[in-house]
Design a protein around this ligand. Structure first.
Ligand SMILES: Nc1ncnc2c1ncn2[C@@H]1O[C@H](COP(=O)(O)OP(=O)(O)O)[C@@H](O)[C@H]1O
Ligand SMILES: N[C@@H](CCC(=O)OP(=O)(O)O)C(=O)O
Length: 362
């Protein structure tokens, strides 16, 4: 089989028991499966949940804490325990893990986003197994990834993975939550995530999981939009991940045969950047940007708002509303001088205000 890059996300319910301890038999099953996948020549990035679920008992909480400080304290204890177990068990297969704890801010700042990418690439090139989790101990509620399903989708886009495998405590997406509806039927293969499917997916059924199937489907939608195929399900044994890649996994496969990948720059602009201003364009510029796939030139701009510098991201509006967002090559001051002018009248060195490679449609 051709060498692939795979992001494997393991949920809390697939790593721990309800007593707040690592479930050793589930844990070593995952390790063996990851080792087998790497032995078969594939590159693997792990996104592992379980820090809060592993830590809460040690702090004296009877169940998973609900307060922010409780979850953050539990994660601080649990993350070390988790990584300790990963190191011990992966070591038996000669695999060296690397811990990467990310916050939303690491993705919204472009230089940090690029650094995260460069580090991940260096680790993969050197045969290390990156193990990613959200940096729960310092993340604030308004600035989190939401959950690790979404984090794993964003990571799979960033590293241009061939597949995102979301391992959970249930073997796929059903048309109703099978824990509450015994008649529920599983979907084996889906080409896309539709609104109807999102309605069928509900929250978590366990005491340690967070987002349930709904968050997995929302994450799958993001991964697909970045060109990554998704599997959601379970499995057992050292061959389970290989079987999933071969199309024989116990779960739901989502995605068309051919998907379009999205460049790292465009991913950052559409999913992570903060908007610093607005540009309003005429009909000709709208056509150039939206229909012709051209860059935005000063001549088509009739108004701007906000304060921005070269490299910042702005939204672009046409007569009927938002058209998309892109990275500007002018500051707001420079653009005020240049807007509405033809290229031949410009004294500025850069001609494009937004280059087509740094533009994403709404
Ligand atoms: N339509 C559905 N199909 C399958 N599972 C569902 C559905 N709706 C809700 N769920 C719930 O989602 C759970 C998996 O999500 P979650 O508990 O968050 O796991 P994890 O810890 O792996 O992220 C299942 O155990 C089930 O209770
Ligand atoms: N970052 C948190 C996990 C958050 C999360 O999304 O959990 P899960 O739904 O089990 O994947 C932790 O390590 O406890």
């Amino acid at each position: 089989m051709e060498k692939k890059r795979i992001v494997v996300k393991i949920g809390s319910s697939s790593l721990t028991n309800s007593q707040g301890e690592i479930d050793q038999s589930k844990f070593s099953d995952h390790i063996q499966a990851v080792a087998a996948l790497r032995k078969a020549g594939h590159e693997v990035v792990l996104v592992s949940s379980g820090a809060v679920a592993t830590g809460f008992r040690k702090l004296g909480y009877p169940t998973r804490p609900v307060t922010l400080k409780g979850k953050q304290a539990a994660a601080a204890v649990g993350q070390s325990l988790l990584i300790q177990s990963y190191m011990e068990q992966l070591g038996q297969f000669g695999i060296v893990p690397a811990q990467i704890l990310l916050t939303r801010k690491d993705f919204s700042k472009k230089d940090r986003y690029k650094n995260a990418y460069a580090t991940l690439m260096e680790l993969l090139e050197r045969g290390i197994l990156p193990i990613i989790n959200e940096n729960d101990t310092v993340s604030v509620e308004e600035l989190t990834f939401g959950d690790n399903d979404m984090l794993s989708a964003l990571v799979s886009g960033l590293v241009h993975a061939n597949h995102l495998i979301i391992l959970t405590d249930i073997n796929g997406l059903y048309d109703a939550n099978p824990h509450t509806n015994p008649e529920a039927k599983r979907f084996d293969k889906l080409s896309d995530v539709t609104d109807d499917l999102l309605h069928m997916a509900k929250g978590t059924g366990s005491s340690v999981g967070t987002g349930g199937m709904k968050s997995k489907l929302i994450a799958a939608q993001t991964a697909l939009s970045l060109g990554v195929k998704v599997f959601i399900g379970s499995g057992a044994g050292s061959e389970k991940l290989i079987k999933i890649l071969e199309g024989e996994g116990d779960g739901t496969y989502i995605g068309k045969d051919v998907l379009t990948t999205v460049t790292k720059n465009k991913q950052w602009i559409s999913l992570h950047s903060q908007v610093s201003g607005k540009i309003f364009v005429d009909e000709g510029a709208e056509r150039a940007l939206v229909s012709n796939g051209s860059s935005l030139l000063p001549a088509g701009i009739y108004d701007i708002t906000g304060v921005f510098n070269k490299g910042d991201v702005v939204e672009v509006y046409g007569a009927n509303g938002l058209l998309g967002r892109g990275e500007v090559l002018y500051s707001d001051e420079e653009l005020k001088q240049a807007m509405g002018k033809r290229t031949t009248e410009l004294v500025i060195t850069s001609i494009e205000v937004i280059h087509r490679d740094r533009w994403v449609k709404a």
